[in-house]
Write a protein that binds this ligand. Structure first.
Ligand SMILES: C[S@@+](CC[C@H](N)C(=O)[O-])C[C@H]1O[C@@H](n2cnc3c(N)ncnc32)[C@H](O)[C@@H]1O
Length: 250
């Protein structure tokens, strides 16, 4: 039984198929077409892998290439092409889902499709289903392993952002976060860990940081950053840094 002719952007969580919401599973099951981002032709998409238990062989798969390059034009072309292809499926009467790793609004490929559609095909009906972000999943995993890791308490700000590109930028960010009691969640850590680790070590911050890699996958690694060597890490890794705590605690 297929659903309404519309496009649903579906956050599928960070890795564990159990961390997909009921709404996401229902949207996937009701879709005739399951679209998902891939980095190149023929590649397996991360979001498609996460949602695999919920996709049936009867559903048509539509991989959409979103090249991971720095240049603007190939990326713009890919977003426009994806928006046009998805809108065409919906116009032909299909219920379509576009899967998205983690949450569907947080540094998400499907957000570019959302913006491109609003610009090029504003009549295309769109729904967005949120997902569990890797940041939330990392904090929960740490707390489940005996390292209580509330992301934010009371008046604390929480800043989720990509890892800075330079030591100077990271130093400034750490100082500002310490001054304002801000908890940091640094995404896209990957290869930057080889210089981030010594910088945190020099500032005595490794004990206050949590390293999380491939959260929700069978090879998940979530541990205090002080236990992680300074070697480069995979793209799917992040860092949580808490430099202080509120005054009133249990
Ligand atoms: C483009 S962002 C996507 C964020 C995603 N939409 C979310 O809500 O979590 C990719 C970055 O998120 C982090 N990330 C995503 N999934 C992860 C996972 N399963 N384990 C650890 N980090 C993850 C990594 O820092 C990665 O470089």
């Amino acid at each position: 039984m297929h659903g309404l002719a519309q496009l649903t952007l579906v956050g599928v969580g960070p890795g564990d198929p159990q961390l997909i919401t009921v709404a996401a599973v229902q949207a996937i099951e009701a879709a005739a077409v399951v679209a998902y981002p891939v980095a190149r032709e023929g590649a397996e998409g991360m979001a498609a892998r996460i949602a695999a238990p919920w996709i049936s062989p009867q559903q048509r798969r539509l991989p959409l290439v979103f090249p991971m390059v720095a240049e603007a034009e190939p990326r713009r072309q890919a977003w426009h092409a994806a928006a046009d292809a998805l809108a065409a499926e919906v116009a032909a009467g299909q219920a379509v889902v576009l899967l998205c790793e983690g949450d569907s609004s947080l540094y998400a490929s499907c957000s570019y499709v959302l913006l491109a559609l609003a610009q090029r095909r504003p009549a295309c009906p769109v729904r967005v289903i949120p997902g569990i972000s890797a940041v939330s999943a990392a904090a929960a995993a740490a707390s489940s392993q005996g390292h209580p890791w509330p992301l934010a308490l009371q008046q604390e700000p929480l800043l989720i952002r990509p890892t800075p590109e330079t030591e100077a930028e990271l130093t400034a960010l750490l100082e500002q976060a310490a001054a304002t009691g801000t908890v940091l969640a640094l995404l896209k850590l990957g290869h930057r860990w080889s210089w981030v680790q010594p910088l945190l070590a020099a500032r005595g911050l490794l004990e206050q940081a949590l390293f999380a890699q491939r959260v929700g996958w069978p090879d998940q690694l979530v541990q205090p950053a002080v236990l992680v060597s300074a070697a480069e890490q995979p793209y799917f890794s992040l860092l949580l840094i808490r430099q202080g705590w509120p005054a009133v605690l249990p």
